[in-house]
Design a protein around this ligand. Sequence first.
Ligand code: EPU
Length: 428
Amino acid sequence: MDKLMIDGGHPLEGTVQISGAKNSAVALIPAAILADSPVTIDNLPKISDVELLAELLKEIGGEVQIGEQEMTIDPTSMYAMPLPNGRVKKLRASYYLMGAMLGKFKKAVIGLPGGCNLGPRPIDQHIKGFEALGARVTNEQGAIYLRADELQGARIYLDVVSVGATINIMLAAVRAKGQTVIENAAKEPEIIDVATLLSSMGARIKGAGTNVIRIDGVDTLKGCRHSIIPDRIEAGTYMILAAAMGQNVLIDNIIPYHVESLIAKLREMGVDVETYDDQVRIRNHREKKGVDIKTLVYPGFPTDLQQPITTLLTQAHGTSIVTDTIYNARFKHIDELRRMGANIKVEGRSAIINGKTALQGAKVRASDLRAGAALVIAGLLAEGITEVSGLEHIDRGYENLENKLLGLGAKIWREKMSEEEVEQVKSS
Ligand code: EPU
């Protein structure tokens, strides 16, 4: 097991390249199951969630070739192999295997998904959608069994706006008979990305990116080539850390429109943000002021940037209130930030941050992916050395984090944890 060591307090400068979007990649890879010939996915981030999904596709008979930045998936020999345990439990996005395998084979057995522990993360809306399409869905000893004689298009109203349910229902519906209408659909850019791939495969989808998506089922889907959109959450994380420690940082290969809610908040705080076609420049030369933030579904402020921006707000003057309306328990980073000197308290769904406070290096543990990002930013800000454990979470979603930060002038490196430290982590 490794830990990240960060010698904080060094200003950052330079250009950072943003990778392809994790939350697109983890849906696009299962979507390839639906094709009848090879699919190539380009601009693929090198992260452990992508590796896990590639292994899962191999388990069901897929041929997967991974290149420098791309993956080719040949689904021709895939079959509906049950996946009740093992890797499938290690990542949240394994739930997309349900929609894709149901769409292709009309049956699937998939273990309940794992992923970051952010409090309750039900999948009732996914299941409601599959059932509306004609599938029988049962939960047998922690695995979801899906079976259908045939899938029939339906009108599905989501009671909760859900990225996962919207994509999963799209995956199941593209090869159903007749028309499916998803109402109160999520509008995240990753949904448009998945719809773009499916359309290139021959699917007929209208309205992705709005709250009503119409899908006319087709009998077959063919392979294609698709390039993943830039990762708006990775981009946002670098924008926040540039606002924390950057003198002049250019974030390259991004769609500024996808991070507008963050740009607005950074500007409100007094951070200098310049936008170009596919780049954003952050200059951090003024004192920052506290702001209130409420996470919302897209295009609102993303819950995935709530934890990183909380760290930045410890450096702003005054009181800031950050409310997470999507996940009510996404606050596991707060205790760790407090150990580094932050003045934050959690009340219900809100973190109340009083700044500005100096942060000191400490031994901290990332409990989930974005908590990890929040602690890395804290380490870059802190005086002295910060040791971040729980890197398995960070590696799930940030490609090459240390090298990207080294390129900006950060003092950061990976070290093996001692046996004693590994024991401590296991018993905590
Ligand atoms: N929800 C339900 N029932 C459902 C599905 C969702 O009640 O059937 C609730 C959830 O509990 C949550 C809200 O609806 O309160 C939104 O959840 P959503 O389904 O949109 O989340 P998700 O699809 O499971 C994706 C991202 C998350 C991101 C959320 C919200 C992937 C693989 N994950 O999760 O990303 O936080 O959307 O934008 O796309 C991350 O990248 O760190 C991450 C956790």
